[in-house]
Design a protein around this ligand. Structure first.
Ligand code: NAD
Ligand code: ZN
Length: 354
């Protein structure tokens, strides 16, 4: 039975962040407890951190996601830090403020605080046993849809894979388009294209239904309009959310399956890796690759080139192995016999073009 799950509480308003204290009080009264803010360290510069309604007992954890995407070791460390500092007392709520990386860290920490062992035990589908802690997501970069999904994407030494569980879904999200204004233009493009690609992949896959299709088609149009018509940040933020809703109830496809290999082995960030891959996927997503290329041209985006040049056999194999772990997305995209379509030779050939 397919059950569509959505974040139950959403506050969407220009300027909503300035009312965060009231919002949190309404959603999760902490009483004599405390809350943990997990915030992208870029916000020490943007001024967002200074506006947090931190009470004496609350904890702020600044995470630097500028160098790499969330790692499993980082999640276990944050959990240990919270428990050590608070002598085992659990927070009432976790608030994650930032892009996909920071929101995923917040989701993953909420899971390992109540589930024993390392977070690596929960990378996969529906492996989380105990109820996680309540959490609120506040996106400051749009595109990944992490605010809407049941996924928290993490990289461990041998794989990039999400915790995919109801327990890694936010209980509430606060969406304030004003928070997007400080994002660098290139980053804005790469993250927003993640949304566009989510929509293209979910619409092209067999796991989608009419509900997911409606989320994805609206989100896709809003994202394209943002780049080809007018930059409306409210619409971009909503598009990211809707793209997440569509993917949460369907699957990604060929682009994500190949891009995970690139991120894992070559270290490219998700948005960038996706764009490098999507640029070569005419065979699978022809008309949408054309739209993508129009956007790249209009906004003079420089896509990295020749990124696989000179890679060793061992690296290539690891990238192919990573792609082969993406059974669900590839089944949705290409059918049960996807291994006959996306053969090792085909994957090698595609990677060589990038
Ligand atoms: P990100 O969170 O990694 O941030 C990218 C850069 O933008 C960072 O340097 C960050 O500091 C900066 N940034 C964020 N907000 C800013 C702001 N308001 N002003 C200035 N700079 C700001 O980027 P992302 O594209 O949002 O997230 C990528 C991550 O999301 C990857 O790890 C990817 O795997 C994951 N992801 C998760 C899901 C999901 O469903 N959970 C879906 C897709 C991707
Ligand atoms: Zn993505």
């Amino acid at each position: 039975m397919k059950i569509t799950k959505l974040v139950p509480k959403i506050i969407y308003r220009v300027g909503a962040f300035s009312g965060l204290e009231e919002i949190l009080k309404e959603l999760f009264p902490v009483g004599s407890g405390y809350l943990v803010y997990i915030i992208d360290s870029v916000h020490q510069r943007t001024g967002v951190r200074a506006k947090l309604p931190k009470k004496e007992k609350d904890l702020i954890i600044d995470v630097d996601v500028s160098e790499h995407e969330p790692r499993t070791s980082q999640i276990d460390e944050i959990r240990d830090k919270i428990l050590t500092e608070k002598k085992g007392e659990m927070p009432i709520v976790i608030v994650g403020i930032g892009g996909g990386s920071t929101m995923d860290i917040a989701k993953a920490v909420s899971v390992v605080l109540t589930n024993k062992g390392s977070v690596t035990d929960y990378q996969g589908w529906d492996l989380v046993k105990e109820k996680s802690l309540p959490k609120v997501g506040i996106p400051t970069l749009s595109g990944t849809g992490a605010e809407a999904t049941r996924t928290a994407v993490l990289t461990s030494p041998d794989k990039k894979m999400g915790i995919n569980s109801e327990q890694s879904m936010f209980d509430a999200i606060v969406m304030d388009p004003e928070l997007l204004k400080t994002v660098d233009r290139n980053q804005e493009f790469f993250s927003a294209m993640d949304c566009f690609i989510h929509c293209v992949e979910s619409l092209g896959g067999s796991f989608i239904d009419d509900l997911g299709r409606s989320f994805a088609s609206v989100a896709k149009k809003m994202t394209v309009d943002f780049f080809l018509k007018e930059k409306n940040y409210g619409e971009l933020m909503v598009a990211s959310y809707l793209g997440g809703c569509s993917i949460a109830n369907s699957e990604v496809g060929v682009c994500h399956a190949l891009s995970y290999g690139i991120s894992l082995v070559l270290g490219y960030r998700h948005g960038v890796a996706n764009c490098v891959v999507f640029n070569q996927l005419e065979e699978f997503y022809g008309p949408d690759v054309k739209i993508f290329k129009n956007i790249v041209r209009k906004h003079r985006i420089e896509l990295p080139k020749n990124i696989t040049k000179g890679i060793t056999e061992e690296m290539l194999n690891k990238m192919i192995e990573m792609t082969y772990k993406m059974d669900r997305p590839l089944t949705s995209a290409l059918g049960k016999d996807w291994k006959n379509i996306l053969t090792r030779e085909k994957i090698t050939n595609l990677y060589e073009k990038m």
